[in-house]
Structure formats: structure tokens, C-alpha cells
Write a new protein. Structure first.
Length: 367
């Protein structure tokens, strides 16, 4: 018997209307005479800024560059310390290290898997950081009220990493508007994904910082071929990705609603199977369960035709390529338990049902 294989993600799947809009966008760019930056990028930046409620959006090459450029755009300098999440896959720490900043990992709350005020203040005492990065992990809101009050009282800049949170709102407002800057990735599997790579930095109010990032993304140029500011990058969003993202943006909210429907079903099935999952709110970039038998569970699901992924297999203090960063015991423990299941808008009803059945089979086998 052939076992159905449900992919953990399928970025090439999209509805007919969305696919047609993407094809038209690609044809328009390919037949044009401008493939890097230009009008397509400017149009998408304006549309995306409006969508997230920002004063400005700056398109860049990818989400990691977005983090680094946000740090530089806000005036952080070599040798400054910055608080970073311990469980974000290492992206914020890497973004900081590449320009000489010193990342200080923040552990996470054991119940939520998110950074809270206790973790922020504990990490800050070790380094007196100038800034912090808060990630809205897996498409879930990291509550910011207490963190925002505290960091303003202590003079810290806040960057919200929204790479997994396109379309995520709190009381009607898109995440990313509390901090001085927010960053986004448009990797193909993101809730808003390109057909290659891409990213953006948004600014709720600071147009001066936005203009600095516009210069930094293109070598630090003032005028063409004249480098005027330090630490310039070659990190430009290309016209093809911008056009595709602009075509897909009107479909994002409906796609997130479908993710939420699927996530709610999977959460119920996971709970019935004795598996812990995170809170049901959010836009379900990942649907994550936690199990001390994670590897056994992964093998079981694979045998039952369900693909999975691990987001993420190590906390930043356990990654040798990031140097000798402090350990974070809760994040490290979570990294040994997390498992991401298929949860994407174009899953068929049969595929969702297949994942539910596999989860219930696990529960029955381990009752």
C-alpha cells in the first residue's frame, strides 16, 4: 500500500486567482527593463507599509539582512550589546555578530516558549544592552506591554522580528509597530513568500532611520558610486520578488484564516493524543507540538505519511558557530522537544484529516 506523504510545507501551491496574479507579475517584470529596485520595489514598499501600518518599508535581500540593517539603521555600533531570543534559530545573534555587536541570549518562558519580561531583565543585568530583538515566533504574538514599558524606562531600542508573523494583529494593529523598527523575511515558505528570497525593514515613525537603511542596503551610497556612510551592504530587493509579493499581498489575510482553521484542528487532535502544543492564537507560520519523545514521534509520523521539521534544533548558546554565548536552559530543553507539523493554506481536507489521524494513532499507541 502506498503511504500518503503530507509535506510540511508546499510554497508552490496557491489558489487559481493568486497563481494568475503571480504569473502576470512575473511576465510584467521579465518584459521590463528594470530588474533591481526600481518602481516595482517602490510600489511594494508602499503597499506593505500601508498593510502593516508603518510610516516606511525598505525592501532588502532577505530577513537576516533586514535584522542587521535595522540594527545599523538605528545607530547601534560595534561593541554594543544587544539582547536576542535564545530560540529563534540564531538569526538575530548572527545578524548582530556580523557587524560587531555582542548578542546576549534571553531565555524563554517554560509555558509559552516566548521571551517575557523576566527573561529580558535577567539577560540585561549581564550586559547593560542598548537594544533588544523580540521575535513573534511561529506566528504567535509575544506580549510586549511590560517589555515595552521596561525597555523605555531603561533606554533600550526595540526591534520586532516579524519574519514569521505576516498578517498577525493585536487588537486590530499589525505587530511591528511597538518597537523603533520591525523586520520581515519573504522566504518562500513564509506566510507572505516570494519565489526566491527577500526581506524588509519597517519603521513606525522614524523616516530618518528608514532613509539610512535605504542607503545602507546599496553600499552606503549617497549619489551613485559614492559611498558616504559606513557598513554598506549589497542587499537590494529585486523587482521580480517585489512584483510577486505585491501580487500575493491581497491574498494574505484569507491564507492566514485558512492556517488558523487548520491549526485549530491540529491542536485539538494533538491535545486528544496527549501532545502539548502552544496557544491557538496567531497566524500559524508553524504548528508546533512538544514531546520528550520528539524523535520517536517524528519517526512514527513519517511512517504514517506525515512530513515534519524542527524549529529549532538548538538554542543559540548551543550553536558553536555563534561563539561562546551564555546557556539558556529552558530554550535548550524546548529545542529537544519541538516538532513542526504540516500547516499551510493549500492543505487539502484529506491531508488535514490524514495528519489528524496520524496524531490520534500516536495517542492510541502511547495511551
Amino acid at each position: 500500500m502506498t503511504v500518503v506523504q503530507v509535506p510540511v510545507a508546499a510554497p508552490t501551491r496557491m489558489g487559481a486567482a493568486e497563481a494568475e496574479a503571480v504569473r502576470e507579475a512575473i511576465d510584467r517584470v521579465v518584459s521590463s527593463d528594470w530588474w533591481i529596485l526600481g518602481d516595482e520595489v517602490a510600489r511594494f514598499e508602499a503597499a506593505f507599509a500601508q498593510y502593516v501600518g508603518a510610516a516606511a518599508a525598505v525592501g532588502v535581500a532577505n530577513g537576516t539582512d533586514a535584522l542587521t540593517l535595522a540594527m545599523l539603521g538605528l545607530g547601534l555600533e560595534r561593541g554594543d550589546s544587544i539582547l536576542v531570543p535564545a530560540n529563534d534559530g540564531g538569526y538575530a545573534a548572527l545578524a548582530a555578530l556580523r557587524v560587531g555587536l555582542i548578542p546576549q541570549p534571553m531565555d524563554v518562558d517554560a509555558a509559552t516558549g516566548l521571551v517575557g519580561i523576566a527573561q529580558v531583565t535577567s539577560a540585561w543585568k549581564a550586559c547593560q544592552a542598548r537594544a533588544l530583538v523580540i521575535t513573534h515566533l511561529h506566528g504567535r504574538v509575544t506580549p510586549l506591554d511590560d517589555i515595552d514599558r521596561w525597555r523605555k524606562n531603561h533606554g533600550l531600542l526595540l526591534i520586532e522580528d516579524c519574519a514569521q508573523a505576516h498578517g498577525l494583529r493585536v487588537e486590530g494593529r499589525h505587530v511591528g509597530g511597538v518597537g523603533e523598527a520591525a523586520t520581515f523575511s519573504f522566504y518562500p515558505t513564509k506566510n507572505l513568500g516570494a519565489v526566491g528570497d527577500g526581506g524588509a525593514v519597517t519603521f513606525a515613525h522614524d523616516l530618518t532611520a528608514a532613509e539610512r537603511v535605504r542607503r545602507l542596503r546599496q553600499y552606503g551610497w549617497g549619489a551613485p558610486y559614492e559611498i558616504e556612510i559606513e557598513h554598506g551592504f549589497n542587499s537590494r530587493l529585486d523587482a521580480l520578488q517585489a512584483a510577486v509579493l505585491g501580487a500575493r499581498l491581497p491574498f494574505l489575510d484569507a491564507r492566514n484564516e485558512r492556517r488558523q482553521q487548520i491549526g485549530s484542528r491540529l491542536r485539538e487532535a494533538a491535545s486528544a493524543s496527549g501532545l502539548r502544543s502552544y496557544a491557538a492564537e496567531g497566524v500559524f507560520h508553524h504548528f508546533v507540538v512538544l514531546s520528550e519523545q520528539r524523535n520517536e514521534l517524528r519517526e512514527f509520523l513519517s511512517a504514517h505519511g506525515v512530513s515534519t521539521a524542527i524549529h529549532y534544533p538548538a538554542a543559540v548558546g548551543d550553536m558553536p558557530g555563534l561563539g561562546s554565548l551564555p546557556s539558556t536552559p529552558v530554550a535548550s530543553a524546548h529545542s529537544r522537544m519541538t516538532l513542526s507539523l504540516p500547516c499551510f493554506p493549500e492543505m487539502t481536507q484529506a491531508e488535514v484529516g490524514h495528519v489528524e489521524s496520524a496524531l490520534r494513532a500516536w495517542g492510541a499507541a502511547h495511551d
